[in-house]
Design a binder for this molecule. Structure first.
Ligand SMILES: Cc1cc2nc3c(=O)[nH]c(=O)nc-3n(C[C@H](O)[C@H](O)[C@H](O)COP(=O)(O)O)c2cc1C
Length: 254
């Protein structure tokens, strides 16, 4: 029924589904512009159409934009983010090795992260996806909330916005629960920030498909598992994947 659909039409220049998927990068630098309610409605509508076990739809979204409660939540998560990133920057030695060169991918990443956490209080939108628990916590429960998170990020991309998901709410969870009146039995599943990107969107870089896909058995890549021509790769993450006689050459970056 048309009356049940959101009233916001997608803009004419919206991206196609596959293009959107392969260009939805983690966006951490935002312009200060607010995200209008019509865009939030479309983004959250897309999030809420995600699959979940038995179609229970246990996902909920706390959407914080401006106002005193949003400011307090951003400040709480911002302080947590600065602590977590400060620790990771030191322990993962972001300023050593290639990180000492200002133009290296490692140094650029450190600058982006530092700015992200320093400016956290100014993110245009903060979303806390939640999961209403209906049974004991188990390793698979995230499967009924994280597809909604990815739908959310993809819909944001479709409208020219961008975001990133983190776990930075966790150290300040008790304060957030009190501030936002989150009942017991509801899991705070993620922290997502959204805004109009300062830079450009994707393409994302991942490992070669042949390293990530196994065929008939573990350790053997099917012959068709080859990236489209021109795909750029990353060496991020632990090495290893299926064996193949002629692996396509991977362009290693950071
Ligand atoms: C489970 C999960 C946890 C993440 N945690 C963080 C985080 O704590 N901080 C952060 O800046 N990004 C976080 N991210 C974003 C990832 O760093 C990002 O998706 C990944 O580096 C790929 O980025 P790209 O799509 O721009 O290549 C997380 C993503 C996922 C799925």
């Amino acid at each position: 029924m048309d009356g049940d659909l959101p009233t916001t039409p997608l803009p004419a220049d919206t991206v196609g589904l596959l293009e959107g998927i392969v260009t939805t990068r983690a966006i951490r630098r935002y312009r200060p512009d607010p995200v209008p309610p019509e865009a939030l409605r479309t983004i959250l509508f897309a999030a809420s159409r995600a699959p979940s076990g038995s179609n229970r739809q246990p996902f909920r979204f706390i959407v914080l934009t401006d106002g005193p409660v949003a400011a307090r939540a951003k400040a709480l998560i911002g302080s947590s983010a600065r602590r977590i990133w400060g620790h990771k920057r030191a322990t993962d030695r972001y300023d050593e090795g290639s990180g000492a060169r200002a133009d290296s991918p490692k140094a650029r990443m450190a600058r982006t992260m530092q700015r992200y956490v320093d400016d956290f209080e100014r993110v245009p939108v903060l979303i806390l996806p939640c999961l209403v628990r209906y049974r004991e916590p188990n390793p698979f429960e995230g499967a009924s909330v994280y597809p909604a998170c990815q739908n959310l990020l993809l819909a944001a991309r479709a409208l020219g916005y961008g975001g990133v998901m983190t776990g930075w709410h966790q150290p300040v969870e008790a304060d957030l629960r009190q501030l936002l009146a989150v009942p017991d039995g509801v899991l705070l599943a993620a922290t997502i920030t959204l805004g109009r990107p300062e830079g450009s969107h994707g393409p994302v870089r991942r490992r070669p498909l042949g390293e990530l896909v196994h065929g008939e058995r573990w350790g053997e890549a099917p012959g068709w598992a080859v990236d489209p021509p021109g795909t750029r790769h990353t060496a991020a993450g632990p090495a290893g994947g299926p064996r193949r006689a002629e692996s396509p050459p991977s362009r290693r970056t950071e």
